[in-house]
Design a protein around this ligand. Structure first.
Ligand code: ADP
Ligand code: MG
Ligand code: MG
Length: 886
């Protein structure tokens, strides 16, 4: 018989500790903490396998589970010495969901389960604290009604507010036992009115109701959306954890809190967290009362008055700090922890690897390697390569004028400007229409995830550094300011107010999640400064990586940026943009409009010195490094005007009649330019164009070599080759020009001629093509278009549906379609190398900066990847990770 229930705590263990697949993240870590001797309330976990079976069997539990659960309860009863449903001294439990990965959208926790009209009396007597007993009962009814019975939780909130208002109170803690008893009666009426049945008094009914709700929530819409956004398979299922309650709401020596073992925003080695005295569960993150700091240092830094835990409960704080160290040493990672103090005794309720910003991830990985907690290779693997993006991008210009509206907590660093929107759906809609938006909410909940995803930045009026908004924003890398208490949002008139200032929905707003400032309007930004940690991690990554990293760049400025980020050459220098500059476009047009070769050559002669100067500048920046230069690629008509108004000016500048210009433009018109007269097809028809470009390249390279002594290594790349013959013809042109230039200059230079592999035919015939080509560069943008038969420019209309319905797992233009396009790359690499073992292989599509695609490139043993300048560090790290994973 399959075992579904795993006990933990009280010195008993059924195994499964650390097995997230079996017990979910929460359950496996509870078992693991208990096994290393930390104080964990006893409990048991119903495994994730039960979730699948529950759905297989028509949402019913097998009888055997009832027996196993009874044994689990008996374990808790034995350790605590209390009995579930005992009218004299009842055992209360929490029921907690827990999938392999923490998942918003899953059922929230139910606390204090096991209370009813009878047991509440027993709890009051046994604890000697009736107020506590009635507070727990009213919390239980409220949570159960909300998360299990799915009733309108607003009505319960309202009843609580009214109870306080009637008595002139502001805090929940001011309500007396009698007040709470009245509230319980009211709550029970609310349940009966909305559910048409009385609140369940049977403690076992309560338990099975909650267990069913956890499994039921696995198929909730929210959970499904989250799974889709995060690539979580539906068959993973969730576990259910049932655990003895410990009480943080038993007066002034009790408390509940959340903590990180290091600062999750900056990464500093300092305990970080919040706690609340005389409170339970979610009170800390729900923003009901303002939580207090954990450490004296943090309190002083914030200028807060309320005592920190270090000051208010020094003994328990000391125990907690020792637990932090034990956990870090055990898990070898920064931990995110939930704890409760019951009458001076510390209890651990959760631990997991903490979410962190990119900045913190970097610092923590480097620090931990330096502390000897992890190896340098592990440090390299710990930092999410895509998340580095956050560090490489601009922050607010400190000197730019700013109109500060208000301040909140610096919950997730980075700055963003955008149009203010007040709900998640609007955020999603406007962002889909291409607007940058800032999502402003009183507080966020899991229902807002899609809007948070769509927003550039997030601003909330309520909630601390560990509120939902803060945690999710840090995970997503969105700048976030939380708890900006001065803000009030009027959802009817779509206006937010701060004092007497108003910001309407659609007005520009800037949030700085590093300082906590909120500004009206958009604020200028500056380039980031990279920390020493960044340099250290990059060095470790470079030591671990096999593939080289080049950049896609065609201006000296981009080349400089890329070299600064560690680019080891140029993987793709497109030459067409150089033709568009105002001073040259006329000569380009004269070339296109010329009626014969002599005319074309005359125009090209004017372009030669310009083009040579372009290359010289680039070669100077990239001195000593290989530079792949792609000869002219786009169809010629892109250089002719399309607007009627421009024809006369262009014709005059080029010295031809308007009629001729129009005729030529009409002749060049193509129905499908992507598959038209472009790439090497231009070189086949007009070899003089490629001749001029090759001459410019070799003359510039020799100029730089003579000047600096550090010759670049030009790699001349012929685009859109389908057949070996095309390449051979074009290579002959390039080689002939090279020999001519070398003879004129009396000096030679190493260079390569190769091709882009961007057509399926080229990939298949790579064996022939490699006879002439000294390198292949996979142009995966066009290769994706031509393999999938999908035009990148027209795909937006339907690609969303394709990804949504799982036809492609991810946008194939962002992350390489490994199955299809990837197979062609593999075939080409294999066949090419069979012909020419030292064939140099690289990738220069957009995919060269995507970590998943880079991992694929390592798998087929490419020599290098090439990425846009800002993605060069991402590619360096991803290439190292790919090498380390093998
Ligand atoms: P989430 O996944 O939303 O964090 P949890 O299951 O961790 O949900 O529960 C939320 C909070 O409820 C915890 O942080 C803890 O404070 C409280 N809680 C859960 N179980 C217990 C328990 N057995 N005793 C006391 N508090 C508990
Ligand atoms: Mg929660
Ligand atoms: Mg939790």
């Amino acid at each position: 018989m399959t075992q579904y229930v795993y006990r933990f705590g009280g010195g008993v263990s059924d195994g499964g500790k650390g097995d997230r697949n079996l017990l979910g993240g929460k359950g496996s870590n509870l078992a693991e903490m208990a096994s290393i001797g930390l104080p964990v309330p006893p409990g048991f976990t119903i495994s994730t396998a039960m979730c699948a079976r529950y759905y297989d069997e028509g949402e019913r539990f097998p009888d055997s589970l009832r027996e196993e659960v009874a044994a689990g309860l008996a374990h808790i009863e034995q350790v605590t010495g209390k009995r579930f449903g005992d009218a004299a001294d009842p055992l209360l439990v929490s029921v907690r969901s827990g999938a392999r990965v923490s998942m918003p959208g899953m059922m929230d926790t139910v606390l204090n389960l096991g209370l009813n009209d009878e047991t509440v009396q027993g709890l009051a007597r046994a604890s000697g604290d009736p107020r506590f007993a009635w507070d727990s009962y009213r919390r239980f009814i409220q949570m159960y009604a909300d998360v299990v019975l799915d009733l309108d939780h607003g009505s319960f909130e309202e009843a609580l507010e009214v109870a306080k208002e009637d008595r002139g109170f502001t805090l929940d803690t001011e309500l007396s036992a009698a007040d709470l008893q009245e509230l319980v009666a009211e709550y029970k009426q609310l349940v009966e009115a909305q559910w048409n049945r009385p609140f369940p008094q049977g403690v076992h009914d309560q338990l099975w109701g909650a267990v069913g709700a956890v499994f039921g929530s696995w198929q909730s819409d929210r959970a499904k959306v989250y799974r889709r956004l995060n690539d979580i398979p539906a068959d993973w299922g969730t576990a259910v954890n049932i655990q003895a309650m410990v009480f943080g709401n038993m007066g002034e020596t009790s408390a509940t809190g959340v903590a990180f073992t290091r600062d999750p925003a900056k990464g500093d080695r300092a305990y970080y967290g919040e706690f609340l005295i005389n409170a339970q569960g979610e009170d800390v993150v729900a923003g009901i009362r303002t939580p207090q700091y954990l450490t004296r240092r943090a309190r002083e830094d914030a200028g807060a008055r309320a005592a920190s835990m270090e000051e208010a409960m020094p003994k328990v704080y000391g125990e907690l700090a020792a637990v932090f160290d034990t956990l870090e040493r055990h898990y070898r990672d920064m931990q995110d922890i939930e704890f409760t103090v019951e009458r001076g005794a510390l209890w651990m309720l959760q631990t997991r690897s903490g979410k962190r910003t990119a900045k913190a991830a970097l610092k923590i990985a480097v620090d931990m390697a330096n502390e000897g907690l992890i190896t340098q290779s592990e440090a390299v693997l710990r930092v999410d390569a895509s998340a580095l993006d956050q560090l490489l991008h601009p922050t607010l210009d400190p000197d730019a004028p700013r109109d500060v509206l208000t301040r909140g907590l610096p919950a997730s660093p980075g700055a963003a400007s955008g149009f203010a929107v007040f709900d998640a759906d609007t955020a999603e809609k406007r962002s889909a229409a291409g607007d940058a938006v800032i999502l402003v909410r009183t507080e966020t909940s899991p229902e807002d995830i899609h809007g948070m995803h769509a927003a550039r930045g997030i601003l909330t009026a309520r909630g601390g550094m560990t509120s939902h908004a803060a945690v999710v924003a840090r995970g997503m890398g969105r700048p976030c300011v939380s708890g900006a208490g001065a803000i009030s949002i009027d959802l009817k008139t779509r206006v937010m107010r701060v004092g007497d200032r108003e910001v309407a929905e659609g007005d520009l707003l800037t949030v700085d999640g590093t300082s906590g400032e909120v500004m009206v309007g958009a604020v200028a930004t500056v380039e980031p400064e990279l920390s020493g940690d960044f340099g250290a991690l990059m060095l470790w990554a470079d030591a671990a990586r096999r593939m080289k990293v080049r950049c896609n760049a065609e201006t000296p400025a981009d080349c400089r940026t890329a070299r600064g980020f560690g680019a080891e050459g140029i993987g793709l220098c497109r030459t067409e943009h150089m033709f568009f500059e105002a001073a040259r476009i006329t000569a380009v047009r004269q070339m296109i409009l010329a009626s014969d070769e002599a005319g074309r050559r005359a125009a090209l002669a004017k372009l030669l010195p310009e083009q040579r100067a372009d290359f010289a500048e680039i070669f100077e920046v990239m001195a000593g490094l290989p530079c792949t230069i792609r000869l002219l690629d786009p169809p010629l008509h892109e250089f002719l005007p399309t607007e009627e108004a421009d024809f006369a000016d262009v014709a005059a500048a080029a010295g031809v009649g308007v009629d001729l210009l129009k005729r030529r433009a009409a002749e060049l018109h193509e129905f499908n330019p992507m598959l038209g007269h472009r790439g090497c097809r231009l070189g086949v028809t007009y070899p003089e164009i490629y001749e001029m470009q090759a001459r410019a390249i070799f003359e510039a390279a020799l100029d730089v070599a003579e000047k600096s002594g550090d010759a670049p290594i030009p790699e001349v790349m012929i685009p859109l080759v389908a057949t070996a013959r095309e390449l051979d013809l074009m290579k002959a042109v390039v080689d002939r020009v090279a020999e001519a230039v070398f003879a004129e200059r009396g000096r030679r230079l190493d260079y390569l001629v190769g091709t882009m592999i961007e057509l399926p035919r080229a990939a298949l015939r790579a064996g022939d093509i490699a006879r002439g080509a000294e390198f292949f560069s996979f142009g995966t943008n066009d290769l994706t278009q031509t393999t999938l038969g999908v035009s990148r420019d027209d795909a937006a209309r339907f690609l969303g549906d394709y990804v949504g319905q799982g036809i492609y797992a991810r946008d194939p233009f962002v992350s390489l379609d490994v199955e299809g396009v990837g197979e062609l790359v593999e075939i080409a690499a294999e066949r090419g190398r069979a012909t020419r073992p030292d064939l140099k292989l690289g990738i220069c599509g957009e995919h060269g900066g995507d970590p998943a695609s880079i991992d694929f490139c390592e798998g087929v043993k490419l020599d290098y990847v090439s990425a846009s300048p800002y993605r060069v560090p991402i590619a360096r790290l991803a290439a190292a990770q790919a090498a380390l994973r093998r």
